[in-house]
Design a protein around this ligand. Structure first.
Ligand code: FAD
Length: 489
């Protein structure tokens, strides 16, 4: 099945919109009952937060309706299988260091379905570090040394590389002094330490920090970077282990489909895809309005991202803190671009090219069934790229990173996506410390679940599952206690 989402360019076919995915749901509508206003809970959004919430609520015996604007499940995490190879259009890497996602991988018997992205056993085996003043090619050991020593200087605000400042990453405000770091941007922090950084370390730190935020250095919160660093055991080695190493052999959509199918197997799940929610009204019972139809339920779980929350109109209006956070939005305008080339030796290549290249961080990510190399590349908003608007510039950016015999380019432009308006959550300064509780709070009978305001692996698939679990369990408990109260009364 082909999704409307995503783009593909090939030498012969040029640029085309829409790529195949097993995440596309056909038929798009399935209503278990003809009545549209008596659901226990309506879940808006079929990303991992919404899928987890819909599954948990269905398994608990609630009548669930899942509404999704796209033609597919997975939201910001989905894969396109092209000629037998899964290109990850959004969220990709998972690890046993992320507790919620690993529990699900275990639940669906996929522990032995992950593979390692990097392959440094043959080929060029080099890292290119390009800055405004030139390019150096070096070994991966040198790559690790430069990035690690630069990052250690960047995070060392307490003499213990962040351990004292943020001792419990899953309880991030345990040391309230840590909040002070949320007034610093990455650019502010770099100014404090730039005299200690070599030119190579400076370029490497900029490239790595921008790989995490995909904003620009001025709008990237230093605090949020520190949170990622703490989640990664305060070490560059674990940043690589946890952030970009282990991925599904069969792609993210092959994982997400399990949540959907389990929910469906209960007989409690109804769904409508291609169904954009425009209004949510709460008069004690909640009404959810789409272009085609209006639905009713006791509770609603809104599982849409922060950057599109204000596109839904709520009655009563959302409280100030939630609206303010959504108006500010997160800063991630990532361009993630896949390049398939015939150069087998590039499988072991990686590179950073900052600030001039529109794709600033890239590495060999796989080998296709035909033996081609797959390189994944990331761009950020300091030098923004809209690949579908100028495929020529995109190809130029790839070829500047490393010259190759390019066969195919595959991407999803998250910045221009009407249902995301950005990629993974990354906060500007002061957003998390000012608004995290507002983002997480429920509003009457409407609950909010998203990776964007998870307390653990915020911004990750793990955080989405954490949040979907929280929302479903709150709804299940509330409706059970209502039933218990009614039967006693
Ligand atoms: P989403 O996945 O965004 O789901 C929200 C759903 O709501 C979407 O399906 C959307 O279509 C729907 N929706 C929105 N508005 C409406 C509306 N009005 N009506 C109906 N439906 C609506 N995480 C990792 O763990 N590892 C990674 O390697 C990684 N890499 C990433 C790379 C990229 C390029 C991107 C974009 C993300 C990456 N992430 C990664 C982050 C991860 O993908 C997300 O944090 C996670 O998938 C978010 O899940 P979610 O359910 O909270 O939101």
């Amino acid at each position: 099945m082909t999704s409307r989402d995503g783009y593909q360019w090939t030498k012969d076919g040029g640029l085309t919109q829409g790529v195949p995915s097993i995440g596309v749901i056909q038929p798009p509508t399935h209503l278990e009952s003809t009545s549209s206003d008596n659901f226990d809970v309506i879940v808006v959004g079929a990303g991992y937060a919404g899928l987890t919430a819909a599954r948990d609520a269905s398994v608990a015996g609630l009548k669930v309706l899942l509404l999704e604007g796209r033609d597919r499940i997975g939201g910001r995490s989905w894969s396109s299988n092209i000629n037998g190879y899964p290109f990850e259009m959004g969220g990709t890497w998972v690890t046993w260091g992320q507790p919620h996602v690993w529990r699900e991988i275990s639940r669906y018997g996929m522990r032995n379905k992950v593979e390692i992205s990097q392959e440094y056993s043959h080929g060029v085996n080099t890292f290119s570090l390009a800055s405004a003043t030139g390019k150096r090619v070096m070994s991966h050991d040198e790559e690790d040394q430069i990035i690690e020593s630069g990052l250690k200087k960047f995070v060392n605000i307490d003499g213990e590389y962040g351990r004292k400042a943020m001792p419990f990453p899953h309880d991030e405000f345990a040391n309230p002094k840590c909040k002070e770091y949320d007034s610093l941007s990455a650019a502010d922090r770099l100014k404090q330490i730039e005299h200690k950084l070599s030119p190579d370390e400076y370029t490497a730190v900029c490239g790595f920090v921008l790989l995490c935020s995909c904003g620009d250095l001025e709008n990237t919160s230093f605090y949020e970077f520190l949170h990622w660093w703490a989640l990664c055991n305060y070490s560059y080695e674990y940043c690589v282990e946890y952030l970009m190493k282990y991925k599904f052999q069969t792609g993210q959509s092959s994982f997400a489909i399990n949540f959907f199918q389990e929910a469906l197997s209960t007989g409690n799940l109804s769904y409508v895809f291609n169904s954009r929610v425009s209004h949510i009204r709460d008069n004690g019972k909640v009404t959810v309005v789409t272009a085609e139809k209006t639905f009713g339920a006791s509770r609603v779980i809104s599982a849409v991202p922060l950057n599109v929350l204000n596109d839904i109109s709520f009655e009563p209006a959302l409280p100030h803190g939630k609206r303010a956070a959504a108006s500010i939005g997160h800063v991630n305008k990532c361009s993630k671009v896949h390049a398939e080339c015939t150069d087998r030796e590039l499988r072991s290549w990686s590179g950073i090219d900052y600030p001039n290249n529109k794709l600033m961080y890239a590495f060999g990510d796989g080998t296709t069934p035909s033996g081609n190399t797959h390189i994944v590349a990331f761009g950020a908003s300091h030098n923004h790229l809209d690949p579908e608007k100028d495929i020529g510039k995109t190809i130029e950016a790839i070829q500047t990173l490393v010259p190759m015999n390019l066969e195919r380019v595959v991407f999803h432009n998250w910045s221009n996506d009407e249902f995301a308006k950005g990629a993974w959550f990354f906060s500007p300064p002061k957003m998390v410390t000012n608004y995290l509780q507002d983002m997480r709070a429920s509003h009457g009978n409407v609950l909010f679940a998203s990776a964007d305001w998870a307390v653990g692996w915020r911004s990750f698939i793990d955080g989405a599952i954490e949040e979907g679990t929280r929302a479903a369990s709150t709804v299940v408990q509330a409706l059970r206690s209502n039933t218990a109260a009614a039967s006693h009364g």
